[in-house]
Design a protein around this ligand. Structure first.
Ligand code: FAD
Length: 397
């Protein structure tokens, strides 16, 4: 008898892995129930419409999901990054739409943190409080038509005036760019720009000269809006400067760590969903067509490989999250988690599609959407090549 035949199926329940504990598991189940009842059934329609209703922000706010890691004084839940991580992972796992997750998280987990972390009290009241309540929607604007990976190369210029700044330039690929009420926007505030000459300004959509020039059509993330925004002599008061003038590059880098970690956590959730779908399909098809597809060795091996990749991804991501949560240096681990998980979820989605055959290619099981959504991972939030550069540098290369 060989070793493999002695192994029996377990019940699929996994041990709770640190940094999570039982309190997080309760939140996980609450999120899962909400997403399964109020998001998953609508996803197909929202993907076709290329947007989800604005009301969804309010609904998520009502349930406390937009303010998990913010203090109660601002309408938040008084939790921390681990609570936010549970929300992001479970939204990806139970929701099955990269677009919905991107739209909600670009607001709550990417645009609001710099306001909380670097804003003064008045700025928190103006944008964080209505943001947590789902009344105002935010976006983060860094990428430009001529500067993506090269963040220091942005050219959107904020010229200083007596009362503040006059902004000219453009941003592209901005998630929530079409519907956002405010944009946390990286601008050049010295002639030279670069590492020592970038500042964060909060631009508001009603400011004269602020214009959404285009909504972009995309391969995936279809239910999120991705916009191009132009600025023509936009007058921005000094009160809209976040943090120190010319200190923006540091703020961008600080924000990237959490954004990349969130992408890794979202991928872990998506991988869990794909794996469950593939196993269920293989078993179900075996019964329906009377052929042992679920038990055929090739399929079993394919799924075993998917499960292994998903588990390695989860372990590395949780490791990076543990370090981040403890405030320890974690740039290398976060970059590795982002690099590994974004490719892994794409491969797993492709393997799941193959297992589903023609059914995977249609909308029926949500697999074709998963493949399209996963393709953004190696590009957004810093490309694979940028991650490798960072990892190389942390190794002294
Ligand atoms: C759907 C979507 C949503 C997005 N949301 C946002 C958002 O909300 N806010 C925001 O600011 N941005 C957003 N982005 C932008 C995203 O972060 C950028 O697309 C990404 O950083 C890459 O920049 P780029 O597209 O200009 O590509 P480029 O930087 O032009 O890169 C093109 C290719 O060249 C490679 N390359 C570039 N430089 C180097 C180098 N030095 N060494 C080796 N290879 C290199 C890259 O890895 C890549 O393969 C979004 C993008 C998409 C597609």
């Amino acid at each position: 008898m060989n070793g493999a035949t002695q192994v029996v199926k377990d019940d699929g329940a996994r041990a709770i892995l640190p940094p999570f504990g039982t309190e997080h598991e309760e939140l996980r189940q609450t999120v899962a129930r909400f997403v399964a009842a109020e998001i998953a059934p609508q996803v197909d329609e929202w993907e076709r419409a290329e947007e989800f209703p604005r009301d969804l922000y309010r609904r998520c706010a009502e349930l406390g999901f937009l303010g998990l890691k913010f203090p109660e004084a601002y309408g938040g839940q008084g939790g921390d990054h681990l609570h936010d991580a549970v929300w992001v992972e479970e939204l990806a796992r139970s929701g099955g739409s990269g677009g919905v997750a991107a739209g909600l998280n670009a607001h709550a987990s990417i645009a609001l943190p710099p306001i909380f972390n670097f804003g003064d009290e008045e700025q928190r009241q103006r944008w964080l409080v209505p943001g947590i309540a789902g009344e105002k929607i935010g976006a983060l604007g860094i990428t430009e038509p001529g500067a993506g990976s090269d963040v220091a190369g942005i050219t959107t210029k904020a010229r200083k005036t007596s009362g503040g700044y006059v902004v000219n330039g453009a941003k592209t690929f901005i998630t929530n760019g079409v519907r956002a009420d405010f944009l946390v926007c990286a601008c050049k505030t010295t002639e030279a720009g670069g590492h020592g000459g970038i500042s964060f300004l909060v631009l508001e959509r009603e400011m004269p000269g602020y214009e959404v020039s285009r909504k972009l059509e995309k391969l995936g993330w279809r239910s999120s809006d991705t916009g191009e925004i132009s600025f023509t002599d936009v007058e921005v008061p000094a009160a809209n400067l976040l943090g120190e003038e010319n200190g923006g590059f540091k703020l961008i880098m600080a924000n990237f760590a959490w954004e990349r970690l969130l992408m890794a956590i979202g991928a872990v959730g998506a991988m869990g969903r794909l794996l469950d779908t593939a196993v269920a399909y293989a078993l179900d098809r075996a019964q329906r067509v009377g052929r042992p597809i679920g038990l055929c060795q090739a399929i079993r091996h394919q799924i075993a490989e998917m499960a292994t990749k998903a588990e390695v991804s989860r372990a590395l991501t949780y490791d990076a999250l543990r370090l981040f949560h403890r405030g320890q240096p974690c740039i290398r681990e976060v970059s590795m988690a982002k690099l590994l998980t974004q490719r892994a979820v794409l491969e797993i989605a492709d393997q799941a599609l193959q297992i589903h055959g023609g059914y995977g290619y249609t909308r029926e099981y949500g697999i074709e959407r998963a493949v399209r959504d996963a393709r953004l991972g190696p590009i957004g939030g810093g490309t694979d090549e940028v991650m490798k550069e960072i990892i190389g540098k942390t190794l002294g290369l």
